[in-house]
Design a protein around this ligand. Structure first.
Ligand SMILES: [Zn+2]
Length: 230
């Protein structure tokens, strides 16, 4: 992506490697692959730590390779429900990780999952944003651990911080994307939440869901009838 920053693509999801002067950070660990640490160590000689933006299965493929990893504590129940090992290094909103001359700040964005986080590269002004913001993607908002109200609040919070970054690097679909997508997505999600969009009912992997095409991206939500109380 730039000097000391890589993205690795794995079956429709991507994860990132960032290096500073002292250490390297892997942000997520893949979907199908189980050797993300080996990939990282082939790109850098620095010690490699892992951070997960959240614990949906397409972001934790190689977590077994790490004894400890950064994750928001609200994410742990979802992570453990998949029988995944390791010890959490809890990381909270506003926390900073210094890779050595390269400062990263954590932004908690609950909604897609309870412990979803984004990582802001403060100096280089890009945001590794995980799943909540996508362009030409499909954002999964159906199922037990999603919360549409929290998701909208998180988008509003992120829209309010948009002067701090020039680009978002999501885990899926287009990359990079511009910060104005956040505002459009927040407005669209509110319409869905308030029942102002009809959407269309579809069967998806054996589940009945409701699909809302916002034009620039798609929200996949629970099919509760008219979109309220998701
Ligand atoms: Zn994902």
């Amino acid at each position: 992506m730039d000097a000391g920053t890589w993205r690795i693509e794995d079956q429709g999801v991507r994860f990132f490697l960032l290096t500073g002067k002292d250490r390297a950070l892997l942000i997520d660990s893949g979907r199908e692959i189980h050797n993300a640490k080996d990939i990282a160590e082939s790109l850098t000689d620095l010690p490699v730590s892992l951070l997960n933006t959240h614990s949906d299965m397409d972001h934790i493929g190689s977590n077994e390779q790490f004894d400890v990893f950064y994750m928001h504590p609200d994410e742990e129940p979802h992570y453990r429900s998949q029988n995944k090992p390791g010890r959490l290094l809890p990381i909270l909103d506003g926390d900073e990780i210094d890779l050595g001359g390269r400062k990263l700040r954590i932004i908690h964005l609950p909604g897609h999952t309870a412990g979803s986080i984004a990582v802001l590269d403060v100096e280089r002004r890009f945001l590794i944003s995980g799943d909540p913001v996508q362009e030409n993607g499909r954002i999964f908002m159906f199922g037990a651990h999603r919360n549409m109200k929290n998701y909208i609040d998180s988008l509003e919070k992120l829209a309010g911080m948009a002067e701090e970054f020039d680009e978002l690097w999501p885990s899926h679909a287009d990359i990079p994307i511009k910060p104005d997508v956040i505002r459009r997505l927040a407005d669209g999600a509110k319409k869905v939440y308030n029942g102002e969009m009809p959407g269309s009912a579809e069967d998806f992997r054996g589940q009945r869901i409701r699909v809302y095409d916002l034009g620039f991206t798609v929200l996949l939500c629970d099919d509760t009838g008219e979109g309220t109380d998701l």
